[in-house]
Design a protein around this ligand. Structure first.
Ligand code: BTN
Length: 240
């Protein structure tokens, strides 16, 4: 990764995650990036599918952070911040952008980009991380939104990719070499919805209600329940 990103461009693939994970299992170095023009079986978080017609950005990047499983939440937050900042370079009004835990990027209140993190662990040590990123550039599903509806001039998937890899590379290298997460946490919080905002969190079949209380040092969500208790949540879907 210190040698930069090695980009592998494809036309139509099942999922960039599948190709990258295969490369990772065969020993590929971190910094490899698989990009596709379209995906036939694009995957989202929690087993959902990700609509992947041509014209949008689909990529997966390989990291070998050499960290503990407990730090994976930090990588997830860091990736969301990189996407948020990349889109901030391209939209007419960056105030239209918002981060939603763990790493969704909303534009005008609707989802524009999503991130899927898949990993391989050896006991408690992270062997590799496949960070899959999808950005709606020219089209979006019904409940989503696409970038080109919010830009000054038409943006290509390639220019979005280049900003994204540049922010991702910068944050990741800083984090890996220093181990510090506090700067990323603060930057993420300033791009997220306000503290105290009521949110619901779906964890499997349960729905927890409370107020957003920020994220902690591991990137976990802090939810203040009605009784005032602060709950730490490591996985789930947030609804605003
Ligand atoms: C989410 O549910 O919000 C995560 C969506 C992640 C989609 C990207 S597109 C590139 C990579 N390949 C996939 O199959 N999924 C991720």
């Amino acid at each position: 990764m210190s040698g930069g990103w090695q980009i592998h461009e494809h036309g139509s693939v099942s999922s960039t995650q599948d190709i990258l994970k295969d490369m990772a299992n065969k020993g590929a170095a971190e910094g490899n990036v698989v990009v596709a023009a379209e995906q036939t079986v694009g995957r989202g978080r929690h087993g959902r599918s990700w609509e992947s017609q041509p014209g949008n950005l689909y990529l997966s990047l390989l990291l070998r952070p050499n960290c503990r499983a407990a730090q994976l939440g930090q990588i997830s937050i860091l990736a969301g911040l990189a996407v948020y900042q990349a889109l901030g370079e391209l939209v007419k009004d960056p105030k239209d952008l918002m981060l939603k835990w763990p790493n969704d990027v909303l534009l005008g209140g609707r989802k524009c980009a999503g991130i899927l993190i898949e990993t391989s662990l050896k006991s408690d040590v992270v062997e590799w991380v496949a960070v899959g990123i999808g950005v709606n550039i020219n089209s979006a599903p019904e409940n989503g939104v696409f970038l080109n509806g919010y830009t000054k001039r038409e943006v290509s998937a390639e220019s979005c990719r280049s900003f994204l890899l540049s922010y991702m590379g910068m944050h990741y290298l800083q984090w890996k070499t220093s181990g510090a997460f506090q700067g990323v946490r603060i930057a993420w919080m300033s791009g997220a919805h306000a503290k105290g905002e009521p949110v619901s969190v779906k964890i499997d079949k349960d729905l927890l209600e409370g107020d957003f209380h920020g994220i902690d040092e591991q990137g976990s969500l802090l939810l203040q329940t009605q009784g005032g208790e602060i709950k730490t949540i490591t996985a789930g879907d947030v609804y605003l």
